[in-house]
Design a protein around this ligand. Structure first.
Ligand code: ADP
Ligand code: MG
Length: 896
């Protein structure tokens, strides 16, 4: 189509093709073609949220009855009630709007990225900035960002099920369509937006973006964040309904008894309805959601990006973390330390290098060959990865996070090999002049090795292979020694494997390198990678992360077991696991082949004693997750490669790597580690626990308060007293105590011992561990204190307005005291820090002021039917307010 033609004009498919379009050109094109997005995103409308606040059934009933009472002449009261309803609605609106915005911002953060080359630089950019003509890079696990035609494809397979429904991956090849530039490229030469690369690598030129893509045509949507309700939210919805019915019944009884006893009909109707409005914790779902959302924000600050809200809850239940070793527990900064070749060990350090590149001694030549193989059988590039690092930093600054959810660089293992080679004067450009790559069998963690086929200037072709030594050695039949190439005897094999073991004990990650002359025309994998000549072992160090050992310790005290899962060698893994405190004497270490010999039942029997799994493939990870889950454990599992997705999905908390993870694993996961760091998982678990315990705190607070309110009115009626609170006062109590203090409880900082408790059971309800008792106890105390104040003041003064004002004040003050009790479930109010949550202090002060205002400012006194309290009343109010915490502390003290 003309699109391709215009591309052709703009890029010219000559040498420039490899350098991509320029940034300037990209800017121009994004203006011309628009952003690369599928339109049809749901937009939240602020107006709708606002309207929702008034559509609540109770609020409508209240408004209607207010209107009736207004007709009956109670104008001022009606207006005040309406004002309160509006303020309430605005607060609800602010809560919900903020929640929506937070969730929206999160969605943006998890937006997909794409790797492109522009101005000859490798960049990782948001997929939405891709324009037609962009040169993109794809590898296994990537989601294709836009419809593109392949320029180069190595063993490329793509899962197009999203478009075609066909789940078997299809092979794709580079074609010449691009150069013909006449029509849409053939299917087998192009890849489509939203499909997934399951194998191989490719580079491609984008020819359609956004709504012009195949995906755009069917207007499918890929959500990055799912709007799932958490189990807790669902349960609370259910509970909310029960509370509504219970309240309605009680309120009906209150109104009817009042009316029967000859109270004013409309006052009683309003009382009943106001009480219902006050007693139903209508803010609860919103507060739960916002505290989840704010928790998610706090996690983000600690580099954990939550993709699915339910994960926040599950995190608090986690009792096993299965973590990758490389990059998560270790720094993923590999440095080659030792090369073993021709029976000699070479220490690789910075100062040493060949004095001359020619006339090398025989042993030096062996070392050079080993390093050359490492550098040739390699897909990273030091120069470009450095540039990419710089760009990533810039990109993330814009996004305001420390790390981007993007691939920073090539494989650190391969970078280490390039760096080591360059220390000996072997450069990328030097090698490029000598060898041209004509084929590749990419690395994958199942095969644990990788090969390239290269042709030198004399037209001779070679296979260069590197990989796990135990794998490589079985593909070799001869060995390169100082004396020349000789058969690889079992004696040699033993020596090499011993050497491998010894290096592994020093925590080195060891790769074997081998090569052969390539002459066969057939390019079957088995034929390429056999009869190799063994050259040597390369050992690299990847130091454990400093913060990891501490995080493992923290897990231990928190009742969470850490398990290391790695494709690396058993001894290397065990050594590092020991350094980190994951492996203790007596623990089991299992390898992939041992797992293969085991059935699920057998694994299940020992799974709790295993702390290291080595030389495993992603398929084993699935087996491990299942065994742990069958033991009833809540499993967090990390992964980065495309094949890890099933295990991640199967686990309770799937965790993917922000830096090295593939799109597919990220999409399967419920949480992304932006820094790939193990300690971040632990931080997220801690936040998860804090959020859950804070939710318990404000549920406890809200329900106890509401019980107190209902009880005051209900008991008052039963005892034949005049109504203790006027309708408008009930509404004001609701406004003053329900909103801000409850929200502030959601912002409580972590209690000191939060990571010293064992994980809560995933089956336990939000009310477990005696919370119901606490709520009811405190609710009763609240109601009784208020009534006591009401009765005493009536008795002492016979002044009903004064008595109501005092009861009004008591009901609010007892609640504002109770909010501090809710800070801890273990400690009484006399043992907790009062002022460590500034929001709570401010919220309580704000509520106090709102109360004093309606009691002491004369015009408001008229509206709220209050009167100023004197010292005597304050003493009584204060005394009964104080009684609640004392009694409840005493009861709880005896329980300990
Ligand atoms: P992990 O990431 O847990 O270390 P991998 O599956 O990435 O496990 O690697 C498994 C093994 O494959 C490594 O121990 C190493 O021997 C080998 N290996 C790793 N990366 C490469 C690579 N790029 N090329 C060849 N072999 C590799
Ligand atoms: Mg790896």
């Amino acid at each position: 189509m003309h699109l391709i033609k215009s591309l052709e004009k703009n890029t010219g498919y000559g040498k420039e093709l490899a350098s991509g379009i320029s940034e300037k050109e990209a800017k121009r094109r994004i203006n011309e073609y628009g952003p690369n997005i599928i339109i049809g995103k749901r937009n939240i409308s602020a107006f709708k949220i606002l309207l929702d606040q008034f559509s609540d059934f109770m609020v409508i009933v209240l408004l209607v009855s207010t209107a009736i009472s207004a007709f009956m002449g109670e104008m001022t009261e009606a207006f005040t009630i309406i004002a309160i309803v509006i303020i309430n609605a605005i607060m609800g609106f602010i809560q919900e709007y903020r929640t929506e915005k937070t969730l929206e911002a999160l969605k943006e953060l998890t937006a997909p990225t794409a790797k492109v080359i522009r101005d000859n630089k490798h960049l990782t950019i948001p997929a939405e900035e891709i324009v037609p003509g962009d040169l993109i890079l794809l590898e296994a696990g990537d989601r294709v960002p836009a419809d593109s035609v392949l320029l180069e494809a190595v063993n490329l397979q793509v899962d197009e099920s999203l478009l075609t429904g066909e789940s078997v991956p299809v092979e794709k090849y580079a074609g010449s369509d691009i150069r013909r530039g006449s029509s849409l490229p053939e299917k087998k030469h192009s890849v489509y937006m939203g499909t997934v690369v399951t194998m191989g690598r490719a580079s491609a030129i984008v020819y359609a973006t956004g709504m012009n893509t195949e995906m755009g045509k069917i207007a499918h949507m890929i959500h990055s964040i799912e709007d799932e309700q958490t189990p807790l939210q669902k349960k609370l919805d259910h509970l909310g309904k029960l509370i509504v019915y219970a309240c309605l019944t009680i309120c009906a009884i209150v109104s009817v008894t009042g009316i029967l006893r000859g109270e004013n009909l409309f006052t009683m109707l309003l009382s009943g309805i106001s009480l219902a409005v006050a007693a139903v914790p209508e803010g609860l779902p919103a507060i739960v959601t916002i505290s989840l959302a704010l928790g998610v924000q706090r996690m983000m600050k600690r580099n954990a990006l939550v993709r699915k809200l339910p994960a926040v809850e599950t995190l608090g239940c986690a009792n096993v973390i299965c973590s990758d070793k490389t990059g998560t527990l270790t720094e993923n900064k590999m440095t080659v330390r030792k090369v073993y070749t021709g029976g000699t060990i070479f220490q690789i350090n910075d100062s040493k290098a060949f004095s001359k590149m020619t006339n090398l001694s025989r042993t030096e030549d062996l070392l050079k060959t080993a390093l050359e193989i490492g550098a040739l059988c390699n897909n990273s590039s030091i120069s470009s990865s450095m540039e990419r690092n710089g760009i990533i930093k810039k990109f993330t600054k814009k996004k305001n996070i420390n790390f981007s959810a993007a691939d920073i660089s090539g494989d650190p293992t391969e970078i280490a090999l390039l760096v080591a080679a360059s220390k000996y004067g072997i450069t990328e450009s030097g090698l490029k002049e000598k060898y041209m790559r004509i084929g590749e069998i990419p690395f994958d963690s199942e095969r644990k090795c990788m090969s390239v086929i290269c042709r030198n200037n004399n037209g001779e072709s070679f296979v260069f292979t590197k990989g796990a030594p135990d794998i490589i050695i079985n593909k070799c039949t001869s060995i390169y020694m100082a004396g020349g190439i000789i058969p690889l005897t079992s004696e040699f094999k033993k020596r090499i494997l011993n050497q491998n073991e010894e290096m592994a004990r020093e925590a080195l990650r060891v790769l074997g390198v081998a090569y052969k002359k390539y002459n066969s025309r057939g390019n079957k994998q088995e034929e390429v990678e056999n009869n190799l000549i063994f050259v040597g072992l390369i050992g690299m160090i990847d130091p454990p992360r400093k913060e990891a050992a501490e995080a493992v310790m923290k897990c231990k005290t928190a009742g969470i077991k850490t398990v290391m899962i790695t494709g690396d060698h058993k001894t290397t893994a065990t050594t590092i696991a020991q350094e980190l405190g994951i492996y203790k004497k007596g623990d089991l270490v299992l390898t992939g082949s041992e797992l293969d010999d085991m059935d699920d039942i057998k694994l299940q029997k020992i799974v709790e004693n295993v702390s290291v799994y080595a030389r495993v493939t992603p398929a084993h990870k699935l087996m491990i997750v299942r065994a742990l889950k069958r033991k009833g454990l809540i499993v967090a599992m990390t992964g980065d490669g495309v094949n890890d997705a099933p295990a991640i999905k199967e686990s309770d908390i799937g965790i993917s790597m922000g830096l090295t993870g593939t799109d597919v694993t990220k999409e399967a996961s419920s949480m992304i580690l932006m820094d790939d760091n193990f300690a971040t998982i632990v931080a997220a678990i801690e936040e998860g626990r804090v959020i859950y315990s804070n939710i318990r705190k404000f549920i406890r607070y809200l329900l106890a308060c509401n019980i107190g309110e209902v009880l005051t009115m209900f008991l008052g009626m039963l005892l034949g007293l005049p109504i203790p609170l006027m309708p408008i006062q009930v509404l004001w109590v609701n406004l003053v105590t329900d909103g801000l203090p409850a929200m502030a409880l959601g912002l409580e900082p972590a209690e000191k011992d939060i990571m010293m408790r064992s994980p809560r059971s995933s089956k336990s309800s939000i009310f477990s561990d005696g919370l119901v008792f606490l709520i009811i106890l405190r609710g009763i105390l609240l109601g009784l204190s208020t009534l006591a104040v009401f009765v005493s003041i009536i008795y002492l003064t016979r002044d009903i307005v004064l008595a109501r004002t005092s009861a009004f004040m008591t009901l609010v003050l007892t609640q504002l005291t109770h909010v501090f009790e809710c800070k801890s479930e273990r400690k009484t109010i006399f043992e907790i820090p009062w002022f460590n949550n500034i929001y709570l202090v401010l919220a309580v002060m704000c509520s106090l002021i709102m109360m004093l205002v309606v009691v002491y400012i004369p015009p408001l006194q008229v509206l709220f039917k209050t009167t100023a309290l004197s010292v005597n009343e304050w003493l009584i109010v204060g005394g009964f307010t104080f009684l609640g915490p004392v009694v409840s502390s005493f009861i709880r003290f005896r329980q300990r």
